[in-house]
Design a protein around this ligand. Structure first.
Ligand code: A3P
Length: 290
């Protein structure tokens, strides 16, 4: 295919949509065989749940609060995607601790993490805000189909016809397996409400002993404002062939409850019905508004 004009589109593979041109089904199938070390750390998210935020926080924690690593190297190099083409070579060559990120479902993951090798941090966000953030992302992410309008995207999201597939399925399958892994569950809303406390929780999960000043520095440089100003923390350096910066921005709002500015009453009621039904067996609460 023409590298100037790649043929991006969603291609289902084992009931999960991959993006043609960015992911390879064969390589994704190899991930389960990856050799994992105890020090490996995987951030797992459904898209638009705070992935980039956790990339920043983890880099800052590993650097013990030294900001230079997050200003000199782009987030996707510091904490690369495991599902991208070519990722296994990078992974094998990387020094430990290896920080990685993924939107993949549990079934694709390295078998070793399902036997408590390495660590997993699952970041979840209230799914109405996820939907809104994902809608805006689709308007400028070149590899994703531009929605006709909000309702068009609302229906696609509810049907799981997006990258990441069904939000409910993603969180349920991951959360159900939490006891098989070294697993930390954390929400976007908790990070908004008390980032300092959450950074401490992440440090303690990772066995990192940072001083109070180092933690303060992690928090300071992981704020929405700092990340918006740091081109290496917010995808400002990626080419238009991936993200068309004229049409949007990655660090968009960074708030809780923006869904209220987008959902109609009918959409919200429909969403609530589906949420109640699908989440019946899952004891997870979300903050929808502050
Ligand atoms: P909005 O579109 O609602 O603003 P992901 O990295 O998983 O794609 O998530 C992107 C979302 O996280 C965007 O949400 C973005 O603004 C938000 N985000 C990123 N860094 C943040 C931070 N430091 N504080 C608050 N929100 C942040």
């Amino acid at each position: 295919s023409d590298p100037q004009d790649p043929d991006y589109r969603l291609v289902p593979h084992r009931n999960f949509n991959l993006i043609n041109g960015i992911h390879s089904p064969d390589e994704v199938d190899q991930i389960q065989n990856w050799e994992i070390q105890e020090s490996d750390i995987f951030v797992v998210t459904y898209p638009k749940s705070g992935t980039i935020w956790m990339q920043q926080i983890l880099t800052m924690i590993e650097a013990k609060g030294d900001v230079s690593r997050t200003t000199e190297h782009p987030n996707a190099h510091r904490v690369p995607w495991i599902e991208l083409i070519g990722s296994e070579k990078l992974f094998n060559a990387a020094p430990s601790p290896r920080l990685r990120v993924t939107h993949l479902q549990y079934k694709f993951m390295p078998l070793a993490i399902k036997q408590k090798m390495g660590k997993v941090i699952y970041v979840a966000r209230n799914p109405k805000d996820v939907l809104v953030s994902y809608y805006h992302f689709h308007k400028y992410a070149t590899m994703l189909e531009t929605p006709k309008d909000f309702n068009d995207f609302f229906e696609k999201f509810m049907d799981g016809k997006v990258y990441g597939n069904c939000w409910f399925e993603h969180i349920k399958t991951w959360y159900a397996k939490r006891d098989y892994m070294n697993f930390l569950y954390i929400t976007y809303e908790e990070m908004i409400q008390d980032l300092h406390c959450m950074v401490e929780r992440i440090c303690s999960f990772l066995g990192k002993d940072l001083t109070e000043e180092q933690i303060d520095s992690v928090v300071e440089h992981s704020s929405f404002k700092s990340m918006k100003q740091n081109p290496q923390a917010n995808y400002k350096t990626v080419p238009d062939s991936l993200l068309d910066q004229k049409k949007g921005t990655f660090m968009r709002k960074g708030t809780i409850g923006d869904w209220k500015n987008h959902f109609t009453v009918a959409q919200s009621e429909k969403f609530d019905r589906v949420f109640q039904e699908k989440m019946r067996d899952l004891p997870l609460n979300f903050v929808w508004d502050i």
